[in-house]
Design a protein. Structure first.
Length: 291
């Protein structure tokens, strides 16, 4: 790395560097993390590793430390994300430098490292020992005669958000592979893109993050103090629902259709013995764990 290039991490509370990070993220991904920070949900789990020139972020790979509950066992994984380089600094090996530094620091301190790659960089990550891995998603054709009974929960302000945050913190696992102890990442989605996607199912005392489009129900996650009955959850969304798909792997998959998950710009790459056979387990990384 050239002498004028500085390596920096753990700077989320540095307003100048955080602002520069957000400017680059907006330019590359149309994302801005400032409201996530100001709302108090940018915690210690999300840590940008950046190269700085003249107090400006010119390249970045973010490290997300995430625990997962895998059939009752806790796994400590590292997710890499927000990989970006300013156009004026591309083709100088900056992303490679950051990747090598991160892997050296974390590969012996975690159960595995994973990331989701855009389609135009699929040849980049194998250079660091990452392997492509398939994911599998569950769905079900629905014949429902019940009227819609779920209640949409507003997500318009911090008081609304606190209701869901408390539900997340007190929830048990309704999936066989779920992100644990990371409400901040869930709230990133809910306070930005999914303000109209939170529902309450009274007879299950459960909060559900879901989207409905043309008779299709996509359930991203369920938060409850007791294991829910998925059939009751689906019934609560009414008779217009003809198909349900899950953004996580349910605890009980009997009677559901298993299919390979194929999404644009979301190719899973994994590294580490604990993740080598991930694609053979019929599971997926929960959609709301992507960072």
């Amino acid at each position: 790395m050239k002498s004028e290039y500085l390596f920096q991490k753990n700077y989320k509370d540095n307003i100048k560097l955080r602002t520069s990070f957000n400017e680059l993220a907006k330019k590359v991904y149309q994302l801005n993390f400032e409201d996530w920070y100001q709302n108090g949900y940018w915690g210690e789990n999300y840590n940008p590793y950046s190269i700085i020139v003249d107090e400006k972020v010119v390249a970045n790979v973010s490290v997300n430390t995430i625990d997962f509950n895998c059939n009752g066992r806790t796994k400590h994984y590292i997710q890499l994300g927000t990989v970006m380089t300013d156009e004026a600094y591309q083709n100088q090996g900056l992303s490679r430098t950051l990747m090598e530094a991160i892997i050296k620091e974390y590969q012996d301190q975690s159960d595995g490292i994973f990331l989701f790659a855009n389609d135009n960089v699929l040849e980049f990550y194998p250079k660091f020992g990452f392997k492509r891995s398939k994911q599998y998603q569950y769905s079900k054709v629905v014949q429902n005669v019940h009227i819609m009974s779920v209640i949409r929960v507003p997500m318009e302000n911090k008081l609304d958000w606190k209701i869901l945050e408390n539900a997340i913190r007190s929830s048990i696992c309704n999936g066989s592979f779920e992100m644990a102890n990371n409400p901040g990442l869930i709230m990133f989605y809910v306070t930005k893109f999914m303000r109209n996607c939170v529902y309450y199912v009274k007879n299950q005392d459960a909060y559900v993050i879901a989207e409905i489009e043309k008779g299709k129900l996509l359930i991203y996650n369920i938060f409850s103090k007791n294991v829910v009955d998925l059939y009751c959850i689906i019934e609560g969304f009414g008779c217009d629902i003809k198909e349900t798909t899950f953004g996580f792997t349910p605890l009980n998959t009997e009677g559901y259709i298993l299919s390979e998950l194929c999404e644009k710009n979301t190719t899973l790459f994994v590294k580490g013995k604990e993740l080598d056979g991930f694609e053979n387990k019929g599971m997926m990384f929960p959609t709301l764990s992507h960072a």
